[in-house]
Design a protein around this ligand. Sequence first.
Ligand code: PLP
Length: 409
Amino acid sequence: MNTFLNEKSNGKKMVDKVFKAAVAANIAKEKHGDKVVNATLGTLFDENGNFVALKSVWGPYETIKDVQKAKYAASIQGNPGFRDAVYNWLFGGLEEKIECEIIATPGGAGAISSTLKNILSPGQTVLKPSQGWGPYKTMAVECGLTLTDYNMFKDGEFDLVDFKNSLNTVMDNQGKVLVIINDPCHNPTGYSLRPDEWDDIIVILNNLSKKGPVILLNDVAYIDYTVQGDSWKNHFAKYNKLEKNVMTIIAFSCSKTLTAYGARVGAQIVISKDKVQLETFKDAAIYSARSIWSTVNNSAMELFSLIAHDSYLLSIYKKEKQKYINLLEERAQIMISEAKEVGLELYPFVEGFFVTIKVPDNKEKEALNLKLQKANIFTVEVDGGLRIAICSVPKRKLQGLSKRILDLM
Ligand code: PLP
C-alpha cells in the first residue's frame, strides 16, 4: 500500500498517559471544582494550587539581555560557561576530579534519547526498571530498540539479584549492555538507592564489563530534590571506580532543578576511563544534536550559568528550593503514614515527587483508575500501579486520600 509516511513511522501515535489523565482531571475540575484531586502532573504546585516558578530563578532571568535571549548558543556542544556550571553543579563538592565530556541537550529527554540512539543499533535491547518513566519506551521504540525490564524491588529493597541476572542475559545475547537507572527519587516510585546498593551495582557492572562494553545511563532528573541535599552528589565519586570497559552517561535536566520545564535545557555528562571512547561519544552526540535539534536554548543556558556561578544567587536559590523539598517531605509523610495505617500497599518510597500504589494486574489497575476518576481522584497509570504526584497535590487533599482509595479497591 502506498502511504506518505515511511514504513517505520506509518501508524505511530503518541498516547501520553500523563497528559491524557491531566486533561480528564481538568474537565472534572470545571464541573466539580475543588473536590477534584489532580495527582497527575509531575510539576511542583504550592499549597494554594499555584504552579511553582522559583523567584530565585525567574527573577535573575529578567537581568539577561535581549540579545542573549535572541542569540543562538555559542556552540553545538553547549556554551562553555554552561558546561563548566554543570560540572560544578554535579561534581564541585568532590575531592577528586571526574574525567568527563559534557554536551548540552534539550532537557533530560534529549540526553536520554540521544544516548539510546548512539549506543545501541536498531534491533538491540535496552534495560530499564520495571517501574520507570513512560517515555523510556517511546524513545527506545523511536530508535528501533526493544526493551527489557529488570525487576526493581524484592522484600522492600532494590532487587540486585534480578538486576545482575537481567544484565547478564542481555550481555550474553548481544555482547553489550545499556542499562537505565533513575536515581535518586525514582519516577514513579520515589525510591532512592542506598549507598550500599550502589556499591553492589558498581561491582556488578565491573564484573559484567569483562564480557563486553557496559553503559550505565543514570537519569538524575530529580537530583536537586533529594532530602540529602548536595551531599547526595558525593555519590558520583563511585563512578571513578568503574572499569575502563564501562561508560557512564548522566542525564541531567534543568526542568525540575530550576523549575524551568519549558526552557528545555539539560546535559549528557559522559564519564569513562577510556579517553578515545569518550571523545568518540562526544563527537557522535554533537553530530546527533546538529542533525536533530541543532543547538540548545541560549538564554536558559545563560540563566543556569548565572545562578551556578554567583554565590549570592545560588544561596537564595537553594534556600527557596529547600522550602519545596520540605513541603514534599511533609506531603510524603501524610501519604506514607496514612497508607500504612489503612493498609494501602505502595512501592518502596524514600523521597521525591511521586508515590505509586501497587496494582500489578493491568485489568485491576485500569478498573481502579476508572473508579477513582468517578470519585474525582486523578492518578496516572504506570507499570504495575497508579502514580500519585505528591508534587502537585496540597496536603489537605492528601489527608484521607489513602482511605478513600482503599475503599474503592
Ligand atoms: N526523567 C524523568 C524520570 C522524568 O520524570 C523527566 C520529566 O518528567 C525527565 C527525565 C525529563 O524531563 P525533561 O526532558 O523536561 O528534562
